[in-house]
Design a protein around this ligand. Structure first.
Ligand SMILES: [Fe+2]
Ligand SMILES: [Fe+2]
Length: 296
């Protein structure tokens, strides 16, 4: 059984005419988010090495799925790099990526899942792919550039297929090895959710903004800047989409009432985080401005 279904519309990074994007304007916050994501997506080999080690002992179909997944994630990095290189602003992928891999390590490749078990690892992967698919939908809806939009929609569809792949692997794992309780699945999703503000994303955000990681990364400040850019663009329909995928992951029936209630909770939490980030950014900006005026 192949875990990853074949892509119905195979594509290559060169299919998108991104040289034209120089003529278009792009919102600075979207440009920042895409540059940050280009580094995250370009680390596919490290993610795959980690997963292959965690899945050691599973059969060949697992490794084939990870190989295919790796090549698709790698392709995401390439197309985002091309998009960023076509933007009017400076973007030095090689130096950004070198700084990122040197300063922001990924999980050890020692065969141990940081989630505690293969099944919990798969639940966390479902969360990541569901979030990524939602994220690219958000970017697609936040851009007016047709080519950018086409790229983001394509990536969102790939991430949805990846979600399906890890979901199928989770079902296989639960049948053959370890069944997780509902509580264990909720715990795996929640712990991964709270890691969204860790150095993996925020380190990349600091690097592409030119805030050197030579100094210790101030995570809270970087999270406020990054999430202040990103969460502004999330709409109700995006949150509903994410909640439906997450309910599927934990195996809970997706009744309309439950989807609406959970979406309302997620939506309020997300917008509250955006509001807090915006206030913190404004206070930081005012403080920095006052310091400059004081020194002048
Ligand atoms: Fe991806
Ligand atoms: Fe993915």
């Amino acid at each position: 059984m192949a875990f990853l279904p074949t892509c119905p519309n195979p594509w290559r990074p060169t299919d998108f005419n991104l040289s034209r994007t120089k003529e278009y304007s792009i919102e600075p916050d979207i440009a920042h988010i895409v540059k940050t994501t280009s580094l995250l997506e370009s680390r596919a080999d490290q993610y795959s090495d980690y997963l292959r080690a965690v899945f050691k002992g599973r059969d060949r179909t697992w490794m084939s799925a990870i190989d295919q997944w790796n090549s698709e994630e790698h392709q995401h990095g390439v197309v985002l790099r091309r998009l960023c290189e076509a933007l009017p602003s400076d973007y030095d992928f090689e130096s950004f990526m070198a700084e990122y891999t040197e300063n922001v390590p990924y999980h050890d490749v020692d065969g141990q899942s940081v989630r505690g078990s293969v099944a919990a690892e798969l639940v966390a992967r479902c969360f990541v792919e569901a979030s990524a698919s939602t994220f690219y939908r958000v970017l697609a809806d936040a851009t007016t550039d047709k080519t950018h939009r086409a790229v983001f929609i394509t990536l969102s569809k790939d991430e949805a297929r990846h979600f399906g792949m890890f979901e199928t692997m989770l079902a296989a794992e639960e049948t053959q090895h370890q069944q997780l309780s509902l509580w264990q699945k909720i715990k795996a999703v929640s712990s991964r959710l709270f890691e969204l503000e860790d150095a993996q994303i925020m380190g990349a955000s600091a690097i592409v903004a030119g805030r050197s990681l030579a100094k210790k990364l101030v995570l809270r400040g970087e999270s406020n800047r990054y999430l202040g850019y990103l969460y502004r663009h999330y709409r109700w329909k995006h949150v509903v989409y994410l909640v439906r995928l997450l309910l599927k992951t934990i195996g809970v029936k997706r009744s309309n009432v439950l989807v609406k209630c959970l979406s309302a909770l997620f939506f309020m939490a997300l917008k509250l985080r955006w509001l807090l980030a915006t206030i913190a950014n404004r206070l930081t900006f005012n403080f920095a401005r006052d310091m400059i005026a004081h020194e002048a």
